[in-house]
Design a protein around this ligand. Structure first.
Ligand SMILES: O=C(O)c1ccccc1NCC(=O)[C@H](O)[C@H](O)COP(=O)(O)O
Length: 264
């Protein structure tokens, strides 16, 4: 596992421990079963990605480990609303606070202002975070193979199913793709970013597309900057692309989204 993922996972454990001091896992479970979570259509994220054509998951993020601060100005609700109005299929929102400068509050404020299916993008290392995501009104969570073992991955996928949350299982290489296939992941995200040196290569999606289970949804993540990138990914049959930086840096996000989609 890369050093940065180690650090992100380690800090996520610290965050979970601190959050547990306020609310135990049992409390969160009870809140979920007691109907405290915002009402959302079950598995809406997955259903949305199943529609024909390439879907766009548009990301709201202020910063990242590889790029530092990406958006000095960060009117996150306005950004999410602009994505929604421009026809984003889903929204990804970082909640990791230290490197991405995200937060649960940012996620919840956005949730209260858009209806588009939302992915809680964080470094999930404990089931506690999945209950948190449900209570925040998430439609989906990210499960990163590189920071989970097979038993955890299976357990978290089952929990997501019980909570009617979609799970996007992120892989970087053939070995992790195999892990995702073994657990029967219904959404597989291939990250094009090499987390050792932060280089991005959409060739990683192209390579792994052919090896992925045909019935799983296939999402290409990271480094998507041009309509040509999207076109190439469309040609190899990806179901969705997850786009962060190129939208976050665009002054006119709706124009950029239309451009990436190749709209006239
Ligand atoms: O982006 C990073 O620097 C990074 C480092 C370590 C773990 C994850 C990281 N990024 C998370 C993502 O997966 C991206 O935010 C997402 O795929 C969008 O990528 P991009 O369009 O290149 O901003």
């Amino acid at each position: 596992m890369s050093t940065i993922l180690n650090q992100l996972a380690q800090y996520a454990r610290v965050r979970v421990a601190a959050d547990m001091e306020e609310n135990s896992l049992d409390v969160l479970r009870q809140l979920c079963t007691g109907g405290a979570a915002p009402v959302r259509e079950p598995f809406q994220f997955e259903k949305t990605l199943r529609k024909p054509g390439v879907s766009f998951i548009c990301e709201v993020k202020k910063a990242s480990p590889s790029k530092g601060v990406i958006a000095e100005q960060f009117p996150y609700v306005q950004i999410a609303q602009e994505y929604e109005q421009a026809g984003a299929d889903c929204i990804s929102c970082l909640t990791e606070p230290k490197w991405f400068l995200g937060s649960d509050e940012i996620f919840q404020e956005i949730r209260a202002n858009v209806d588009t299916p939302m992915l809680r993008k964080d470094f999930m290392v404990d089931e506690y975070q999945i209950y948190q995501a449900k209570l925040m009104g998430a439609d989906a969570v990210l499960l990163i193979c590189a920071i989970l073992n097979l038993e955890q991955l299976k357990k978290y996928l089952k929990l997501c199913d019980n909570l009617c949350l979609s799970a996007m299982v992120e892989v970087h290489n053939e070995q992790e793709l195999q892990m995702a296939a073994v657990v029967g992941a219904r959404i597989i995200g291939v990250n094009n970013r090499n987390l050792r040196d932060f280089s991005v290569d959409t060739g990683n999606s192209r390579h792994l597309r052919a090896l992925a289970p045909a019935d799983a949804l296939f999402v290409a993540e990271s480094g998507i900057q041009t309509v040509q990138d999207v076109h190439q990914l469309r040609q190899i049959g990806v179901d969705a692309v997850l786009v962060g930086e190129s939208l976050m840096r665009a002054a006119h996000k709706s124009k950029m989204l239309h451009k990436l989609r190749g709209d006239r």
